[in-house]
Structures are given as C-alpha cells and as structure tokens.
Design a binder for this molecule. Structure first.
Ligand SMILES: *[C@@H]1O[C@H](CO)[C@@H](O)[C@H](O)[C@H]1NC(C)=O
Ligand SMILES: *[C@@H]1O[C@H](CO)[C@@H](O)[C@H](O)[C@H]1NC(C)=O
Ligand SMILES: *[C@@H]1O[C@H](CO)[C@@H](O)[C@H](O)[C@H]1NC(C)=O
Ligand SMILES: *[C@@H]1O[C@H](CO)[C@@H](O)[C@H](O)[C@H]1NC(C)=O
Ligand SMILES: *[C@@H]1O[C@H](CO)[C@@H](O)[C@H](O)[C@H]1NC(C)=O
Ligand SMILES: *[C@@H]1O[C@H](CO)[C@@H](O)[C@H](O)[C@H]1NC(C)=O
Ligand SMILES: *[C@@H]1O[C@H](CO)[C@@H](O)[C@H](O)[C@H]1NC(C)=O
Ligand SMILES: *[C@@H]1O[C@H](CO)[C@@H](O)[C@H](O)[C@H]1NC(C)=O
Length: 453
C-alpha cells in the first residue's frame, strides 16, 4: 500500500517536472536569446526616466530603478547604470548619484558640467552622502533588495539636469544602449520606450505631479550571461544515514592555483591582521577558498527529524569567499512540501507562486540586523536555520530522495545539486537504490535542467 503510494507520488512529481520543463522548453524555443526564469517569469529591473521640467537648454529628470525581480537582489558593490546619448547631451548636475567619469568638458568655460561623456556610467551614492547631495530613495550604495523581500528597499532614484538635449517633447531624443551592471554581468536591457507620462505623488503625498515626458527601459537577467559556471552547489545529509552527499566535484569550476587560495595562503595572512587595506582596493577582488567544488557558496540540506505529523530540515549556507560579504542574501528552494511550512527558525520565509496553483517554491532570507549579512569565509561565514513542515500523509516519504529539494537558488543563481543516485538512502528500504529505471529517468530530467537553465 505504502509502496504504491510512493510510486504514484513519484509519477506525479515527474509529471510536474516534465510539465514545467516542457513549458520552459517551449518558451526557450520561442525566444532563444531572452533570459527566462521559470520561478520568476516576469522578473525584470525597470528603469523609468521622467522629465519633470524644462530648463534653458534641456531638462530636469528623475530616473528611478525598480528591482521587480521576486528573489534576485542587487548586491554590493551595487548597480551601475550606463547609456549612450542620442545627441550631444551633457549632464549639468546630479543629486543622489554620480557619473563615474567627468569626461572632456574642455569646451565649457563658465559653468563646468558634471559629465560630458557620450556614454556616461552612473553609480548610486554611498549611505551617509552629504545632505545636499541626497535624493529620495538614493544613497544605498547601489544595493537593492528583491521585490519579494522588501519592495521599499528595491527602489533607487536620482535626479539629473541634462543640457544640450532640446527642450520639448518633440526635440528630446531617447538615449540608447542602456546597460545595467549589478554588481557583475548578466543583465541585458531593451531599448527605451515612450510610456504615458508618470503621475508622481509629491513627498508629502498631498499633491500629484505629472511628468512632461516619460520612458521605460526593461532589463532582464540571465545566469548564463553572468557566468558559464554555477556559483553555488548543494550538499545533503539525513538523520537516517551517516553518509553525506557532497557537492559535485568541479560543480563551479575545477581547482587551479590561479582561481583559489588555501586556508593558510600568504595573501590571506597579508589581508588579515588589522593592517589597513590598500586604498586602491575599493572593491577587492573575490578570493575563493580551494574546495573540490570551487563554489562561492554551498547550501546544505539536512533532514533532521521525522515526527508523527511533522518533519524538520536544517538548512545551512556557507560562504567560501574570503573577500565577499553577501548583503541581504536570498535563498530560493523548490520542494513539494513547502506548501505546509509550519515554522521557520531564524530566517524569514516567503512563498513564491510563479504558477499560482503550485505552492512549492519559497524564498528564505535573513532577519534584519541578525543574519541578513552572510559574512566572508571563515568561522562566521555561515548562516543557519531550521524548517518545520507538516506532513501530508499522502505524499510524505523519506524514500527515493523525496525529502531533498528539487531546486535551489542562492542570490538568484541556480545551485548545482548532486545527482539523485548519490543521495543518502534509507537503510532497509525495499527499494534498491542506484539503478532503478525511474532514477535514471530522474537523472536525465535533472541533467537536462542544467543544460537548459
Ligand atoms: C516587469 O516586472 C513588472 C512587475 O513584475 C511587470 O508588471 C512588468 O510587466 C515586467 N515588464 C516586462 C517587460 O516584463
Ligand atoms: C508634447 O507635449 C504637448 C503639451 O505638453 C502635448 O500636447 C503633446 O501631445 C505632446 N506630444 C507628444 C508626442 O507626446
Ligand atoms: C513603466 O515603468 C513603470 C515603473 O516600473 C510602470 O509602473 C509602468 O507601468 C511602465 N509602463 C509601461 C508602459 O510599461
Ligand atoms: C600554478 O601551478 C603550476 C603547476 O602546478 C605552476 O607551474 C604555476 O607556477 C603555479 N602558479 C602560481 C601563480 O602559483
Ligand atoms: C600587519 O600588521 C602586523 C601586526 O598587526 C605587522 O606585524 C605586519 O608587519 C603588518 N604588515 C604590513 C604589510 O604592514
Ligand atoms: C564583512 O563585514 C564585516 C562586518 O561588517 C567587516 O568587518 C568586513 O570587513 C567585511 N568584509 C568585506 C570583504 O567587506
Ligand atoms: C503557501 O504555503 C504557505 C506555507 O508554506 C502558506 O502559508 C500559504 O498560505 C500558501 N499559499 C497559497 C496561496 O496556497
Ligand atoms: C498543506 O497545504 C495545502 C495547501 O496549502 C492544504 O490544502 C493541505 O491541507 C495542507 N496539508 C496539511 C497536512 O496541513
């Protein structure tokens, strides 16, 4: 009876996986160049550019970035926004952000512009920027939370005075080639599109102002554009078997003395101690600990307890990067029992419902000021939590790896799972583990996930 149930569930699970895979495949075939994330199909970063007033030779604009991605944050060192002017525009002044280069402003004699670059790059100001340089929603060092985690932290804005642009909605030309770096590659932006003029509340929410002209740019993320290798992997263990299933070897690349450092490396010792780090190292290069998986982050899933009506999982996230703190990290997990999460200890939990009816995916993130910062590699470089889930008697089983996650994403990048035939197995289970046909099938389906996404 029980065995039958197991089989049936499994069939259902596979049917589910196949369906999702099929949908994903279709979408990929339809638009091969587009980034598509099955867990966040409409995820994007939108840049809205609102012209609020005309000036003697141009306009004042408010530029707002919305990180509409459900679970992908923009981590330190934050976003950089670039574009190419359509004409010979210059930036007279900026509030709440700054262009990284002034460029050649030699032909200006009286008043010197903020930037004369034809393709300026703009970065957010740091927290604590002087008061007269601030602007609403500015000065977060470019760090944006995901929309799912905290919509108020997912918005960034700056004000800009543009010159030599024309000063009417007929003469202003939209900038081109928008580029969003944040904080690495991976985003691609579409063209700017005219949209109906934005209506904005004034700061005191008592008056609605309307932009004179508005346009939107939409940028989407692709993990494959960001890096050809994953950046994280998953290891597994359980209370019923001593075996720990490690991350796959070379999950994120293979060891090589140019890509990683050992614990007792000289470089580490130099940067340790309290010696001042060099001024030139504003954003120090990541420094990865040598491991067989070479991932920046490992996520560990441990099946801890099996009670009558509940079961408990322990989740740990371990940082292997000696020079990178993950600010406002986010972990996304897909597992069929996440629809019955009863309690999550020391992480926040938010269900994600990409396909409204299927409640099997959710995001874990840190508690503010407690563990929302995953510290650099070392004794403090990990965060942990436990999750209590209520069993659905018809589906719950410890057999056949059912209790392990189907997919895991850290900070928006999919983590590599070990192959299912290496999962810790249940002792004395009637079912023989490695060579069952369904497992091979499962492996093929899992493997194809890695090829597709
Ligand atoms: C961007 O995300 C928002 C919010 O999810 C959505 O309403 C909008 O349609 C998306 N834009 C595109 C072009 O996908
Ligand atoms: C330009 O602005 C004028 C007045 O504000 C408006 O009547 C006109 O429709 C606008 N033209 C375009 C192309 O948006
Ligand atoms: C432009 O972006 C804003 C802010 O994200 C959004 O509210 C608006 O619907 C977008 N307009 C269009 C036409 O996509
Ligand atoms: C890396 O290892 C190779 C062979 O083991 C050696 O030839 C090379 O000098 C090493 N490079 C560095 C930077 O240590
Ligand atoms: C770093 O600091 C240690 C003591 O804290 C000192 O012995 C060492 O010389 C310093 N190294 C450099 C490069 O300044
Ligand atoms: C990480 O955060 C800790 C505590 O805020 C800080 O001491 C350390 O310098 C940070 N490391 C990096 C690489 O930013
Ligand atoms: C999804 O599951 C969570 C518990 O994990 C529950 O709180 C939430 O109400 C569920 N949402 C839907 C729409 O079923
Ligand atoms: C699990 O969650 C689903 C949907 O939220 C609900 O219908 C079901 O009754 C729950 N199962 C248990 C055992 O609570």
């Amino acid at each position: 009876m029980e065995f039958d149930n197991g089989k049936q569930n499994q069939r259902c699970t596979f049917r589910g996986i196949k369906l999702v895979s099929f949908v994903a495949l279709c979408l990929i075939l339809v638009s091969p160049a587009d980034a598509f994330d099955p867990l966040d199909p409409t995820g994007n970063v939108t840049i809205r550019w609102d012209i609020m007033s005309w000036t003697s030779d141009g306009y004042m604009a408010t530029v707002t970035l919305f990180n509409f991605q459900l679970y992908r944050n923009i981590m330190n060192p934050g976003w950089t926004l670039g574009w190419t002017w359509a004409k010979k525009e210059i930036i007279w002044a900026m509030m709440g952000a700054q262009a990284t280069e002034q460029g050649d402003c030699a032909k200006f004699k009286l008043k010197i512009p903020h930037s004369c670059k034809r393709s300026p790059q703009v970065v957010d100001l740091l927290p604590g920027a002087s008061y007269n340089m601030q602007y609403t929603n500015c000065c977060k060092g470019g760090v944006l939370t995901s929309w799912g985690q905290d919509p108020t932290g997912a918005i960034s804005a700056f004000q800009m005075g543009v010159g030599l642009s024309g000063r009417s909605n007929k003469t202003v030309k939209l900038p081109k080639d928008f580029k969003l770096l944040g904080p690495g590659p991976g985003y691609s932006c579409g063209p700017a599109k005219r949209v109906p003029s934005t209506v904005i509340f004034t700061d005191d929410h008592r008056r609605k102002a309307q932009a004179l002209m508005s346009w939107n740019v939409t940028c989407t993320y692709s993990q494959f554009l960001a890096s050809k290798n994953p950046s994280c992997c998953v290891s597994l263990s359980s209370f019923y078997n001593d075996q720990v299933t490690a991350c796959p070897t070379c999950a994120c690349g293979c060891q090589n003395n140019a890509t990683c450092v050992t614990k007792d490396s000289k470089i580490l010792k130099e940067s340790d101690g309290n010696n001042k780090t060099r001024k030139s190292d504003i954003t120090p290069k990541p420094l990865l600990q040598c491991t067989h998986h070479l991932c920046h982050v490992r996520v560990h899933w441990h099946i801890k307890d099996n009670y009558k009506d509940y079961w408990r999982v322990k989740i740990a996230i371990i940082n292997f990067n000696y020079r990178l703190n993950f600010t406002q990290w986010g972990l996304v997990v897909q597992h069929p029992n996440l629809n019955n999460v009863t309690q999550v200890y020391s992480f926040e939990y938010m269900p994600l419902l990409p396909y409204e009816a299927i409640n099997d995916t959710g995001m874990f993130y840190g508690l503010k000021y407690y563990n929302d910062l995953l510290m650099e590699a070392g004794p403090k470089g990990n965060v942990q939590s436990e999750v209590l889930m209520k069993k659905d008697k018809n589906t719950f089983t410890l057999k056949q790896g059912w209790a392990f996650p189907r997919r895991v994403y850290f900070n928006g990048d999919e983590c590599m799972l070990p192959p299912p035939d290496s999962y810790p197995f249940l002792p004395n289970s009637a079912y023989s583990l490695p060579k069952s046909v369904t497992l091979i099938k499962a492996y093929v389906i899992f493997a194809s996930f890695f090829i597709w996404f």
